[in-house]
Design a protein around this ligand. Structure first.
Ligand SMILES: C[S@@+](CC[C@H](N)C(=O)[O-])C[C@H]1O[C@@H](n2cnc3c(N)ncnc32)[C@H](O)[C@@H]1O
Length: 957
């Protein structure tokens, strides 16, 4: 086949990484309206990085367009322009900024037109290079769907596939359903009765969102009618108010309950109290909010006990905090006798079905916020009367079994109280009833009486009803996350916790049972509101498709743009964990997606995670993962659109990113191995994170990215082999240039080494193989070591730009830091560096006293330094003066100095990189932090220094 002409893409050259990372970090704190709140999925990619990566993967690097940008300066200017666009594009606030998105789409189209022109005479031009149609996008490990969603937002037809039915449905809800029913008005009778409403413009999925609200509301009201008696209000009695002045004004009032707080119980192990079920309360604190403290106080009466609730700070804060827990080792203690209750005993009781629960407190909605009340016997009685008609009997698997199963919790049904089961089943069943209503109303509203189901591409009344049903089913799922006996009460925030604070199902001793027909967190209404907020803002522009497929043999990718985020080893057991939601979704939506919900549990065997319990041993699990991943990636190498690179995320496991040890090496290397074996060559690696880099250098650990984007191209069939020597000389030739480019892109020094692996790996993987003198292949591990070595040399070479005093200071600093050393040593070194100790003192960077010398710290440097007047200027002083000014006077003060440095600023920045790399290698985190901060603030300092010049000029006039 004749060659496809493909230009280098921006992502293969440079990225405004810091801006992308900062936006990703910020995005983590955004909840309101964020697509991740549509349905829980574990470890989602931030939209900011997904958006930036896909954009930069589609847009040509200016250096690849010499006809338009003939000089390096012109290319740099154009790159800067694209950077500015990306910096705006990644901001959360711009997620729905149509004008800006359109600008980005135009850039994508511009590059696409070039690709089509370049390949107009390619034999497959008609199929691959249609100038009127952008290629579609595919993510074969779509999960929570950030990548396909962002592709759609950027104007690509998006395809998502995943093995997991829950993930498939999330993607349907994000990219498939909204465009199918876009720009339609709602069908519900309430909206239809309002003329003004029907006449307004219904953009995107707004109409759908309005119907989800209406029919969800109907479900809530209907549920209240059917099961509201299980959620009684609480009446404030004079007895309650006796010792509680705060309750006095509320006497006689009936308050809506937000949650009932229970403690699990076991029989006391003390034979004298063996007939009493004693509480396992991990704390008695109900609220630790300053000024609003509330806590449970048990009252012991002979061989029984009851709970009261007090407000204010407890007399014995430590005891209140501990509840009946007895520290880590001995688990709990018997409330009545104080004897220890060891974990073994609790496990045995749990497995024998003898674990109970006792109501400890009630949280109600008062006129001025939360009110904590003592348990009311009738409320306990009502809860016990709940009798579920259904209980999911799917067994807990793998990651979900850790650690509840040791206490006798074996099935998903066991994770819920009877009342929660009644409630969830009622809501799940109401989804079907609601769908029927939507269908009738849709027909009345004039939608075609078309029986084609949603799953077959229908757009008529039936399909629309099913579409609404999907979001209602999601609301039930969201509710289940806060309606399980695994939900604790968060006393610091006065609210209920979700099940999945972590990627596991942990045991919770005292749990909060929320009022699902109320209006607070944990209620159906709350879940519905969040869904509706997301839905109204989904792009809904172009058709999207989500389907179930095993990435190892999917065929969706053919001719598409690929960006993907595969599972990593045993990091997250998606299939195991998602059963929690699957069982409820299956009950609400099986009729809509019979194939997707055919099995009682999520399919697990083909899931690409290295789980020893599934595969028999650690080695087998690893082999399964590596082979499967290689197979899946090989399909991408074969099928992806040949004019674009493929981007693949690699996520470090916590333990990997915390050390430099074996774990880190094997994980990363094995993954690279799979990528290379799959037939890819790597053309870039970008460290991505959701933490800001400043914080990461904080401790004495090496700062590392939490994930990396690999940019890959299919390796040509006829790629040559190389000798180790050829590989090394190619590295020496190419890495220094790549390094300068990265620095010019203002990459944070913490990310430099990781990002430089990209160009290094590009050299290594361009060959079909690299062989050493004995003819043995140079392994990925060896290649990585060589890349690091050449990188170090390249950084050292940059020293050539520095003055002799700075070169001396660098060498000295490497050995002594800012500490003292012998004058003799300094003198000898100065000869090698062509300077003198006296000269260094004169330059103002060194102190020499009583036979000892030391470099001056930034804070010891003179405050009035002026580089223009300094008779012995050094870059060393320039950098440390900048550090000093940045730390004491902020960016403005540093900018003032940078303006005076003029063209010497760039070399000063190189020195800051060099110093950072040196400190990081030495483990000097405090200094590393200063240099990193300086480089990161550089663009802003540079901008301010430019601005600063303007008034100076006007003053002249
Ligand atoms: C890291 S997650 C993707 C997360 C996603 N990028 C997001 O933002 O939410 C990896 C996904 O791979 C899926 N997966 C695992 N094995 C698979 C296989 N053999 N075929 C397809 N998908 C698979 C998992 O179900 C999971 O959703």
């Amino acid at each position: 086949m004749s060659e496809v002409r493909s230009r280098k893409k921006l992502i293969e050259v440079a990225l405004p990484l810091e801006a992308v990372n900062a936006a990703s970090a910020r995005e983590k704190s955004i909840r309101h309206g964020h697509p991740s709140t549509l349905h829980l999925w574990w470890a989602r990619r931030p939209l900011a990085s997904a958006r930036a990566v896909i954009f930069a993967q589609m847009v040509d690097d200016p250096s690849a367009c010499p006809e338009e940008f003939p000089t390096e300066e012109a290319q740099a200017r154009e790159r800067e322009r694209l950077f500015r666009l990306i910096e705006k594009l990644v901001q959360w606030e711009n997620t729905t900024n149509e004008a800006l998105l359109e600008e980005a789409r135009q850039e994508i189209w511009k590059s696409w037109q070039r690709a089509c022109r370049d390949n107009a005479h390619h034999p497959r031009a008609e199929e691959l290079f249609n100038p009127k149609r952008l290629p579609a996008f595919h993510d074969p490990f779509a999960g929570g769907g950030s990548l396909p969603l962002e592709a759609q937002r950027l104007g690509l037809e998006a395809y998502a596939s995943d093995l997991n039915p829950v993930a498939v449905l999330i993607n349907k809800a994000m990219i498939e359903i909204p465009p199918r029913f876009a720009n339609r008005p709602p069908v519900n009778p309430e909206a239809r009765a309002k003329k003004a409403l029907m006449e307004r413009e219904w953009k995107g999925a707004q109409g759908l969102a309005e119907d989800v609200r209406y029919y969800g509301r109907w479900m809530r009201d209907e549920a209240e009618r059917r099961i509201g008696h299980l959620y009684p209000k609480v009446k404030i009695t004079p007895e309650m108010a006796q010792d509680r002045p705060d309750l006095k004004p509320l006497v006689g009032q009936e308050l809506t309950v937000i949650a009932w707080i229970w403690a699990r119980t076991v029989r006391s192990p003390n034979p004298a109290f063996a007939h009493v079920e004693v509480p396992l309360a991990s704390t008695f604190m109900l609220s630790t909010k300053p000024g609003k403290e509330a806590y449970v106080e048990p009252v012991i009466e002979g061989d029984s006990y009851r709970f009261t609730v007090k407000v204010g700070k407890p007399k014995d804060p430590e005891a209140a905090k501990l509840g009946t827990s007895a520290g880590k080792r001995s688990a709990f203690r018997c409330l009545l006798s104080g004897v220890p209750i060891p974990y073994d005993y609790i496990r045995a009781e749990g497995r024998a079905g003898r674990m109970g629960a006792r109501l400890m407190a009630i949280v109600a909605e008062g006129p001025k916020g939360r009110v904590y009340l003592p348990p009311v016997p009738e409320h306990e009685e009502i809860a016990r009367q709940a009798s579920p008609i259904w209980k999911p009997d799917t067994q807990l698997h793998g990651k979900s079994r850790v650690n509840v199963s040791i206490y006798g919790i074996e099935t998903y049904g066991d994770l819920f109280t009877p009342r929660q089961l009644v409630s969830l089943t009622t809501f799940a069943d109401l989804v079907g009833e609601a769908m029927e209503r939507v269908r009738q109303d849709a027909l009345a509203a004039g939608l075609p009486d078309d029986d084609t189901p949603l799953r077959e591409g229908g757009t008529g009344a039936r399909a629309y009803a099913e579409a609404v049903g999907v979001y209602l089913g999601f609301a039930v799922d969201k509710m289940s996350d806060r309606n399980s006996a695994i939900c604790g009460w968060d006393s610091s925030r006065d609210s209920i916790r979700g099940v999945f604070g972590r990627q596991a199902i942990p045991m919770v001793w005292d749990f909060a049972e929320s009022n699902s027909v109320g209006g607070n967190a944990g209620s159906f209404e709350n879940a519905l509101e969040q869904i509706q907020q997301v839905l109204g803002h989904l792009p809904s522009l172009l058709p999207g498709v989500s389907k179930q497929a095993d990435a190892q043999n999917q065929t969706v990718s053919a001719g598409k743009i690929i960006s993907t985020d595969p599972p990593y080893y045993d990091n997250i057991g998606y299939a195991d964990l998602s059963d929690f939601f699957y069982v409820w979704l299956r009950r609400s939506l099986r009729s809509v997606f019979p194939d997707l919900f055919a099995t009682v549990a999520v399919p697990k065997a083909e899931e690409l995670v290295a789980t020893p319990y599934r595969h028999g041993s650690k080695d087998k699990a690893e082999q399964f993962f590596l082979e499967g991943m290689t197979k899946a990636l090989a399909r991408l190498a074969e099928q992806a659109h040949p004019a674009f690179p493929v981007t693949i995320y690699y996520a470090f496991k916590q333990s990997e990113s915390e050390g430099n040890g074996e774990a880190r090496r094997t994980g990363w290397e094995t993954f690279l191995e799979a990528v290379i074996r799959a037939g890819f060559s790597i053309t870039g690696t970008w460290p991505m994170r959701t933490e800001l880099s400043n914080r990461m250098v904080g401790k004495d650990t090496n700062a590392l990215a939490s994930s990396i984007v690999l940019v890959c191209r299919k390796r040509p069939e006829n790629a040559p082999t190389a000798t180790r020597r050829e590989f090394l000389s190619a590295l020496k030739e190419e890495l220094p240039k790549a390094l300068r480019l990265l620095q010019a892109g203002n990459i944070a020094p913490v990310d430099l080494a990781q990002a430089a692996i990209g160009p290094g790996m590009a050299v290594y993987t361009r060959y079909a193989g690299v062989l050493d003198a004995e003819g043995n292949p140079v392994t990925v591990r060896e290649a990585l070591a060589l890349i690091n070595q050449v990188l170090d040399e390249a950084l050292a070479e940059q020293e050539g730009d520095f003055d002799p005093d700075t070169r001396w200071a660098l060498a000295w600093f490497e050995q002594f830091g800012f500490g003292e050393g012998e004058f003799g040593v300094a003198e000898t070194l100065s000869k090698a560096k062509n300077t003198s100790v006296e000269g260094l003192v004169e330059a103002g960077i060194l102190e020499s006293r009583r036979g000892k010398v030391r470099l001056l710290k930034p804070e010891e440097l003179p405050g009035d330094w002026d580089p223009v007047r300094d008779g012995r200027f050094t870059y060393w002083e320039a950098v440390h003066q900048l550090v000093r000014r940045l730390e004491t006077g902020g960016e403005m003060a540093a900018a003032d100095l940078l303006a005076k440095l003029g063209s010497r600023g760039d070399t000063a920045r190189e020195l800051a990189y060099r110093l950072y790399a040196l400190c990081e290698r030495k483990g000097w985190s405090k200094e590393a932090l200063s240099y990193n901060a300086l480089v990161q603030s550089w663009p802003e300092i540079a901008r301010l220094s430019q601005e600063g010049k303007a008034p100076a000029q006007t003053e002249l006039f």
